[in-house]
Design a protein around this ligand. Structure first.
Ligand code: G4P
Length: 297
């Protein structure tokens, strides 16, 4: 996947979003539950034009349930409606209609007072690449009755998918740019596989992931690869390297001459993380108040 964002892309995405926002009642924002903050678009509050927001924390099947619950509260405290979701297996889908109603209560009341009954809420799905927008629309639409055609008053060419009595979705999602600015965000996006792996250094990424996991999920690596005699401490300078060497040994990643093939081991290790074989892991912590203040400056 091409994953470079240039100002040109951003301008186009922004323009599309500004055009479409006028047509909708609700923004459905998908984030990756393993990095809920880093997988958001930094300008979404401004771009959302004050419309109610439903945050779907997708890939919740891969994330740590306890941390997901804490992130749900975090987003709710900031005025969003939130549902953890696994768009692939459709877990969480049932809660959507009810949340949409809650999020759009004002609009529904307004319609009612004008004698308009049961006009569905119109929404647009937005999110950075690879968060699962298409998977969500497709699996949600599977049970949908039909695509609704162009309607009077709606910009030509826009297609709406009728999801339920309550909800219609614009069939093309809004692709937003990720916040590539700071190192940590870039690392998180790379680790979950949202960036073009070809331009990244798997070994460096694996070493960073090892360090992160040792801090936040001590023991998971040892458990996955069955290390028994590896004694490491946090102060151990070469801890991450030694661990990667050990993974190479256990998984038989060896070059000619029995030297550990760290690039190959790194690839296997990253794949184990991305596919959930290391367990359910959330990499990103909820920001502290101080961090948030700095962010908003
Ligand atoms: P996008 O439109 O936002 O760019 O994302 P897309 O739906 O293409 O999904 C990106 C990848 O994420 C796909 O995997 C998809 O199957 C996976 N995915 C989407 N939702 C979920 C979820 O809730 N849980 C998990 N575990 N995975 C999810 P892929 O490797 O690109 O394709 P494939 O393996 O499905 O063939």
């Amino acid at each position: 996947m091409e994953y470079q964002w240039y100002p040109g892309h951003m301008t186009k995405a922004r323009r599309m979003m500004q055009e479409n926002i006028k047509l909708i009642d609700l923004v459905i924002e998908l984030v990756d539950a393993r990095i809920p903050g880093a997988s958001r678009n930094p300008d979404i509050d401004e771009l959302g034009g004050g419309k109610p927001r439903l945050v779907l924390m997708n890939k919740a099947d891969l994330a740590d349930e306890r941390k997901t619950a804490a992130w749900v509260r975090y987003f709710e405290d900031r005025g969003c409606f939130v549902i953890p979701l696994d768009a692939r297996s459709r877990n969480g889908m049932k809660a959507i209609d009810r949340k949409v109603e809650l999020a759009c209560q004002e609009k529904i009341q307004r319609d009612r007072s004008r004698g308009i009954l049961n006009r569905p809420v119109r929404a647009m799905v937005v999110g950075i690449p690879n968060v699962g927008k298409s998977t969500f629309i497709n699996s949600f639409a599977k049970k949908a009755v039909a695509k609704t055609g162009n309607k009077p008053g709606v910009t030509k060419g826009k297609q709406w998918i009728r999801m339920s009595k309550t909800l219609e979705l614009l069939d093309t999602p809004g692709i937003l740019w990720p916040k590539m600015g700071d190192q940590q965000t870039g690392l998180y996006l790379a680790l979950i596989g949202s960036m073009n792996d070809e331009i990244l250094d798997p070994e460096k990424m694996a070493l960073s992931l090892i360090a992160l996991l040792q801090e936040q999920y001590p023991g998971v690596i040892e458990k996955r690869y069955g290390f028994t005699d590896l004694v490491l401490s946090d102060e151990d300078e070469g801890m991450a390297i030694r661990m990667l060497e050990e993974i190479a040994k256990v998984r038989g990643c060896l070059k000619k001459g029995q030297e550990a093939d760290l690039t190959k081991a790194a690839g296997l290790f990253l794949e184990d993380f991305r596919s959930g074989r290391l367990g359910r892991i959330t990499l990103e912590q909820i920001p502290t108040e101080k961090e948030e203040e700095e962010e908003n400056q």
